[in-house]
Design a protein around this ligand. Structure first.
Ligand code: SAH
Length: 225
């Protein structure tokens, strides 16, 4: 199949029905956005033929762009509403960033690799999403204190435990989705919820395991030593 717009469209449709709806992705807004966003635009040339494959893709610099199902699953679990401020750690290709922007979020996205952030910025601008996104090259494990608190936080690199700065910067009533666990050998995607009103004697946040995953490690202060 040649790389015509129709060919991309048909690959995107198949991803939607087989890999997302065929599993447990039901949120119509998430399905609509993933069904419209051209994933091939975010994928380096070498990986482009596999843009809609049911796996993570190489991004360069040892980094990866997550499998479509994992992007959809995390986005669905995050429950983003129109106009919400979302902090994202690990801009990578900007694909997850674009999904959040298309859901109407105001996205603040951090990346340690300057090259990746620059390419992501170009892609987001090309697709007309630049205005809904603010990118920053810095250690996301420390969060973005100047813009905190955030009602939603999403982390797309694994850490041994939820980074304390991100727990602090999560707004009351907020949700954070992130992979937690061993550096090698897989992690668990977790949902962190902060109650609207802290209950005396209760933990400040609750943590629920959602899915077994494999992410690249978070670097920097909140990563692995
Ligand atoms: N969400 C991305 C995939 C990200 S892969 C996408 O859709 O394409 C994880 C990314 O996290 C990598 O780009 C990596 O460079 C970045 N990263 C690792 N440690 C980081 C840190 N401490 N702060 C910000 N970004 C980090």
């Amino acid at each position: 199949m040649r790389d015509t717009p129709e060919a991309w469209e048909s690959r995107r449709r198949r991803m939607l029905t087989q890999d997302l709806q065929g599993r447990d992705i039901e949120d119509p807004r998430v399905l609509k956005v993933l069904g419209e966003l051209p994933r091939e635009e975010f994928v380096p040339r070498l990986e482009r033929p596999a843009a809609y494959a049911d796996r993570a893709l190489r991004l360069g610099r040892g980094q990866t762009i997550s499998q479509p199902y994992v992007v959809a699953f995390m986005t669905q679990a995050l429950q983003v509403e129109e106009g919400m401020r979302v902090l994202e750690i690990g801009t990578g290709s900007g694909y997850q960033t674009a999904v959040l922007a298309l859901l109407g979020a105001e996205v603040f996205s951090m990346e340690v690799e300057e090259d990746l952030s620059l390419v992501a910025e170009q892609t987001l601008d090309r697709l007309g999403l630049g205005e809904r996104v603010t990118l920053r090259v810095d250690d996301g494990g420390l969060g973005w204190p100047e813009e905190a608190p955030f009602p939603r936080i999403i982390v797309t690199a694994a850490s041994p435990r939820p980074p304390p700065a991100l727990l602090d910067q999560l707004a009351p009533g907020g949700r954070m989705v992130l992979p937690v666990g061993e550096r090698e050998g897989g992690q668990t995607l977790c949902l962190v919820e902060k109650p609207l009103v802290p209950l005396p004697g209760a933990p400040a946040v609750s943590l629920s395991p959602l899915l077994k995953v494999m992410f690249v490690p978070l670097r920097g202060k909140a990563g692995y030593v």
